[in-house]
Ligand binder design. Structure first.
Ligand SMILES: [Zn+2]
Length: 248
């Protein structure tokens, strides 16, 4: 019985193999000729790396790394008075990153006295950057975020309204490196903080800091880039049209 079964089905494995091969070839041809999925249907996973408080001695290393990795980011800068700082505004722009405003003085007590005080400081920074680079930033980040303990809620609301009428867009964050310490944090810890706070979000705006103390920032950023790249994320610089990650 077994023998006769084997005999009568002798050609079956070969046939199966042939059918399988044909199916595979058809599949490959179909796959190659299939129309591309419209980009609107692709679930986009984007990381926006943002650096507050620069330019600093660390900015050059950050820019070198971003260039090497072909990643665009956003720098929310403060008032630079040195030649190096002014040159860095220009380099940030030249290399395709977004140059955003963070405040000229970064003095919370001064800028959060009133909406007028805030815009006086922000305008000073925008004028300063425009006089150096010819570019006037359109995006900004509140020092401490759009909800912070220093500014009263009334002042914050007034600033938000004032920003709209001035054509300025602000961004907060939904992931952070917790790197604003009095020392340079371990790059592994910074990367871990970002990954844990971002969770499984598709749109991630990462808050990191660029100042002279943050010497481990480039190493941490490299780890963050590698992690998200492996998981299919792309990296973009913020524009006024980017997803509105805001506390209010
Ligand atoms: Zn800041």
């Amino acid at each position: 019985m077994f023998l006769s079964y084997s005999f009568t089905n002798k050609k079956t494995p070969r046939l199966l193999l042939l059918t399988g091969l044909l199916a595979l070839i058809c599949g490959l041809v179909l796959r190659q000729s299939a129309p591309a999925v419209p980009t609107s249907e692709v679930s986009e996973k984007v990381v926006y790396l943002t650096f507050d408080d620069g330019p600093s001695k660390v900015t050059i290393d950050l820019l070198d790394l971003l260039k090497e990795e072909n990643v665009k980011a956003t720098f929310f800068v403060i008032g630079a008075t040195t030649d190096r700082g002014k040159m860095l505004y220009q380099r940030i722009l030249d290399e395709g990153h977004t140059l955003g405003l963070h405040s000229y003085s970064h003095n919370y007590n001064q800028i959060y006295q009133s909406a007028d005080a805030f815009f006086e400081d922000l305008t000073r920074l925008a004028d300063h950057i425009e006089s150096i680079t010819g570019y006037r930033p359109q995006v900004f980040r509140f020092p401490g975020g759009s909800k912070n303990a220093v500014a009263g809620q009334g002042v914050l609301k007034e600033i938000i309204e004032g920003a709209k009428s001035r054509g300025l867009t602000y961004f907060d964050w939904n992931a952070l490196g917790k790197d604003d310490l009095s020392y340079a944090e371990d790059p592994d810890v910074i990367a871990k903080n970002v990954i844990e706070s971002a969770g499984d979000k598709d749109t991630i705006v990462v808050l990191l800091h660029d100042n002279t103390i943050r010497t481990t920032a480039p190493e941490a950023v490299k780890k963050i880039i590698d992690y998200y790249r492996e998981r299919g994320y792309t990296f973009e610089a913020l524009t006024p049209d980017s997803p509105g990650i805001r506390f209010q």
